[in-house]
Design a protein around this ligand. Structure first.
Ligand code: NAP
Length: 323
């Protein structure tokens, strides 16, 4: 019998943690739920948590790393768990040593537990001359043993190939690239797109916002109150016209005895990417548990792709995404 190709797992993201503006995060309501959420996710089989040094708004800046660090410190945790952060290449972070101090600060907020460092975006749009130095600086940290694994984020196939080449010349492995991936953002699936480069160069593809910020969970409609924060405004713009896709996701979910959330996570996995889903409540982990037990049939994936292909609605891209 032919071996069944293993699917990527599922990761958890923490952008919402400490973000009032987009996510209406409320420390008094949400903080206490995070350790149990992390524990439940690990028990369900999650082996990657993603955060960033830029996450958290206003006085809560840095909170996402801090809260993840506190949750993880409660251990015990499996040895193969990967805690990944993203470092932001702000315009004032200049030169090859730019990340030395930000990295130390992130590690401190994460209470020493940091396995993978990812460059959050390229400076292509405002300081292209910085790109090479910043990446080489991160590679220096890998070579010095300060960082175990290196990843990048928010870039297209051309730049991914070039950066992989720069690192390969030094013998440093580019472990992963994070790109937005959901039925409302399918650019990485283009024939010469990021996912095809990942397959060719053995880079792990991590798909962020797999639920389009929760919009594809099936929980939201224009007839009901939308979430507070900027997310609600985005949903109001995207929801009209989305019903055919929402119906299809619900139909696939019903036939499988699961939820549209689990269907979306498995749509990413069926395309070869590891979805990173944002969670902040233990109850949300059930969808991960559900999704890990089965795989989407080719016909189901193709039907979702076909329906998504008819839509005018699409998720906005990160403004720093480069080609
Ligand atoms: N590299 C980058 O530039 C970048 C950009 C964006 C995101 N990311 C990463 O990717 C992660 C995930 O993306 P995301 O947070 O933007 O969006 P997402 O995963 O598409 O959506 C997350 C939201 O979906 C809802 N949700 C989760 N599980 C659910 C369930 N079982 N049932 C119903 N609703 C559920 C939750 O909303 P409620 O909280 O309202 O319940 C949750 O906050 C981020 O946290 C971050 O780590 C990276």
């Amino acid at each position: 019998m032919a071996a069944v190709e293993a699917l990527p797992g599922i990761g958890v993201g923490t952008w919402a943690w400490g973000n009032r503006l987009v996510w209406d995060y409320d420390p008094a309501r949400d903080d206490a739920l995070l350790p149990a959420t992390v524990r439940a996710a690990v028990e369900a089989g999650v082996r990657l948590f993603d955060t960033a040094d830029s996450y958290g708004t206003g006085a809560l800046r840095g909170c996402s790393e801090r809260l993840l660090g506190a949750a993880v410190a409660q251990g015990p945790l499996p040895a193969d768990l990967v805690i990944a952060t993203k470092l932001a290449p702000y315009p004032w972070r200049l030169g090859r040593r730019a990340f030395d101090r930000p990295l130390a600060a992130s590690r401190c907020r994460l209470r020493g537990r940091l396995d993978r460092v990812q460059l959050h975006w390229s400076t292509a749009r405002y300081a292209p001359w910085q790109e090479h130095d910043l990446l080489q600086g991160l590679a220096d940290l890998v070579e010095a043993g300060v960082v175990r694994e290196l990843g990048v984020s928010n870039m297209g196939p051309r730049r991914l190939r070039r950066w992989h080449g720069w690192l390969a010349q030094r013998g440093v492995r580019l472990r992963s690239v994070q790109v937005q991936l959901s039925p409302l953002c399918r650019d990485p699936l283009a024939p010469e797109g990021v996912l095809s480069v990942c397959r060719e160069l053995a880079i792990d593809a991590l798909g962020y916002s797999p639920l389009a910020l929760g919009l594809l969970s099936g929980r939201w409609s224009l007839q009901d109150p939308l979430p507070a924060g900027l997310r609600g405004l985005l949903f109001r713009r995207l929801l009209p016209g989305l019903q055919p896709l929402q119906h299809l996701l619900a139909e696939v979910a019903r036939a499988r005895g699961t939820t549209p959330t689990a269907v979306c996570l498995n749509w990413c996995r069926a395309h070869g990417a590891l979805p990173i889903v944002g969670l902040r409540r233990p109850g949300q982990v059930a969808a991960i548990d559900d999704a890990l037990g089965w795989r989407l049939a080719d016909a189901e994936r193709e039907a979702i792709d076909a329906e998504a292909g008819k839509l005018d609605q699409r998720m906005p891209a990160n403004p720093f995404t480069s080609s």
